[in-house]
Design a protein around this ligand. Structure first.
Ligand code: BEZ
Ligand code: FE
Length: 287
């Protein structure tokens, strides 16, 4: 057939994918085709640009391994990952924001005793005592037996899976709340670090003149039966780069008031949970 009009081609393609049984998948494939075709027409993509695009994807695949997912990183730096989190979970007035999981979450971190440290003794860096409460967002009642899964980068900006000098599962750990919904743990004062820039995503950040840095933060997933899982991060109040997070996550409903208390830093923080379905996010790196 002659593709007499672009529109005729788009319609033919849409029809060719009209027999997918799963209605959700069918709707996703059809919307993708429709919007991609519109996008290509609007951009007037040249042959050379298309060659660059598919080679860019090949190079992303080349950088991708079980430890590193360049596609997820791309979604992070163009705001797609954070948009999905915000769109699916945020409700107005919510005291604590939902964050993207990020590429460095590793499942099955060790359960640690209340009040213990996620940092091995040899890990350099200032310690912070973090304590607080997990509670029901509707009625403020404590959530007993909630699991807090936490992870953070070392002061060199590397997660333990990126750094052969750190012990396995360093700066990662799981803690349980008591009957009052409270928890206590020791972590490092969070450090700012750049997202990986040695692949095609780094090229994109450079052409866009975007700094690759993430403001200092510590990650938390808070999980309890019959509650929506809270995936969040805590940033440091007053950090000047909060507005410039490379992955568009940091926001004012994710800041913690870290304070000096005697010889150490202290943070008190509350995690509100909304009633819903408890689901563990998929870990991007193997356990
Ligand atoms: C992180 O916070 O671990 C992270 C999130 C997105 C991209 C890179 C790192
Ligand atoms: Fe991080």
């Amino acid at each position: 057939m002659n593709h007499e009009t672009d529109q005729a081609l788009t319609e033919k393609v849409l029809k060719a994918y009209d027999h997918i049984d799963d209605p959700r998948l069918k709707s996703i494939v059809s919307l993708l085709i429709k919007h991609l075709h519109t996008c290509i027409k609007e951009m007037k993509v040249t042959d050379q640009e298309w060659e660059f695009a598919w080679d860019f994807m090949r190079r992303m695949a080349e950088k991708t391994s079980p430890e590193r997912n360049e596609f997820l990183l791309l979604a992070d730096v163009i705001g797609v990952s954070q948009l999905i989190e915000s769109h699916n979970h945020e409700t107005p007035g919510q005291p604590v924001g939902y964050a993207l999981v990020g590429p460095f979450f590793r499942a099955n971190a060790p359960f640690r005793e209340r009040g213990s440290s996620i940092a091995s003794e040899e890990t350099p860096g200032e310690r912070v005592h973090i304590s607080g409460r997990v509670y029901d967002f509707e009625n403020n009642k404590p959530v007993e037996g909630a699991v807090l899964d936490t992870w953070q980068a070392a002061t060199n900006g590397l997660y333990e899976n990126q750094d052969e000098h750190q012990p396995d599962y360093n700066l990662r750990g799981r803690f349980k709340t008591d009957e009052n919904g409270t928890f206590e743990l020791i972590a490092l004062m969070p450090t700012a670090y750049p997202v990986p820039t040695d692949g095609p995503v780094g090229e994109l950040l450079r052409v866009a003149k975007r700094p690759p840095d993430r403001p200092a933060h510590i990650h938390f997933i808070v999980l309890a039966p019959c509650y929506e899982t809270l995936v969040t991060q805590i940033f440091v109040k007053g950090d000047p780069i909060i507005e410039d997070d490379a992955v568009f996550t940091a926001s004012q409903n994710m800041v913690g008031d870290f304070r000096q208390e005697g010889d150490h830093m202290l943070l008190k923080y509350g995690f509100p949970l909304k009633r819903g379905v408890s689901k563990m996010p998929k870990a991007p790196i193997p356990s």
